[in-house]
Design a protein around this ligand. Structure first.
Ligand SMILES: NC(=O)c1ccc[n+]([C@@H]2O[C@H](COP(=O)([O-])OP(=O)(O)OC[C@H]3O[C@@H](n4cnc5c(N)ncnc54)[C@H](OP(=O)(O)O)[C@@H]3O)[C@@H](O)[C@H]2O)c1
Length: 283
């Protein structure tokens, strides 16, 4: 499987699997087992998803070596701050039944995320995390974080799909050697992505679906993608993107689908700030 090198030298798979919105523990455990059997080695979870324990049980049940896995998780807003982040991280490790994380991310750019970052820098220095990064940080907050601290984030996980291509952010990320990780690579199916005519016409040339064209487009842009599905047949479809190449003309056509606006999360919208701050989790 193709990998990319992070700014600290760590290799990260470009194809991953995400477990957001799988609250049923048994279903999540089954889905992660299916994803590992499909060939996925990067599993993306979060304290806020309420299923780290199920991910941990699936990893225990699978016969995949821990060293071959790349596990990422995230600290939620209520645990922002130095001490809270250390405590949340320890709960994450216990839930996942592991003694280190490959990637640990600040989930939202709210609360005392500077304190969280300092805790993560210390955990990174102690070897408990192989790389640290952020989610949902737009360029200004990212730059503020970089200028206030020592370790430059390795990853920014952002809503990224054909309708929200993050072109402006990508040029800032490139300057700092930060890799983009696409959440909701299918826009969670919104705007008809799975039947979108441009993606469908491109896919028809190669015998591929709009979902596969989308994931291939991300791969060819060196963007890590973590599609979610609870269906093994869709996982297999989403994984099978290494036997075709999009042409430069295809890439240009997909570029025209960009709306330069998020479809799912308006991170700066005041109702979203209230909503997300109000979301409490049990871990
Ligand atoms: N950092 C953040 O703030 C953040 C936010 C959101 C998500 N994420 C991460 O990103 C991951 C992916 O994002 P997401 O789960 O929100 O959305 P997504 O991957 O864009 O879309 C998932 C949806 O697509 C369906 N689907 C998957 N493959 C398909 C296929 N080949 N054909 C048709 N339908 C298909 C799934 O249905 P079925 O499951 O029924 O197959 C599900 O409804 C998450 O799981 C999570 O790890 C991070």
């Amino acid at each position: 499987m193709a990998q990319i090198k992070l700014n600290n030298g760590l290799m990260m798979p470009l194809q991953g699997y995400g477990v957001f919105q799988i609250p049923d523990q048994q279903q999540c455990e089954r889905a992660v087992l299916d994803a590992l059997a499909t060939g996925y080695r990067l599993i993306d979870t979060a304290a806020a998803y309420g299923n780290e324990g199920a991910v941990g049980r699936a990893i225990q049940r699978s016969n995949v070596d821990r060293a071959d896995l790349f596990i990422s998780s995230k600290v939620w807003i209520q645990d922002a701050g130095y001490d809270q982040t250390l405590a949340s991280f320890n709960r994450t490790l216990a839930n996942l039944q592991t003694d280190y994380l490959d990637l640990y991310l600040i989930h939202m750019p709210y609360g005392d995320y500077q304190g969280s970052w300092r805790a993560m820098e210390d955990l990174y220095a102690a070897g408990k995390i192989k790389a640290i990064g952020v989610c949902n940080f737009e360029a200004d907050r990212l730059l503020d974080l970089i200028l206030s601290n020592h370790v430059v984030p390795a990853v920014d996980q952002m809503e990224t799909h054909p309708f929200t291509q993050q072109k402006a952010l990508r040029s800032v990320l490139q300057q700092y050697g930060i890799k983009l990780m696409a959440w909701a690579p299918f826009a969670e199916g919104q705007r008809g992505l799975f039947t979108q005519p441009v993606l469908k016409a491109i896919g028809d040339q190669y015998g591929k679906t709009p979902a596969q064209v989308t994931l291939r487009w991300l791969l060819q842009n060196d963007i890590v993608a973590i599609p979610k599905s609870v269906h093994a047949d869709r996982m297999a479809q989403n994984f099978a993107i290494n036997d075709f190449t999009l042409s430069p003309a295809d890439m240009v056509q997909i570029a025209t689908l960009d709306t330069e606006q998020p479809v799912i999360l308006q991170i700066r919208a005041l109702p979203e700030v209230f909503r997300l701050h109000g979301m409490t989790i049990t871990q």
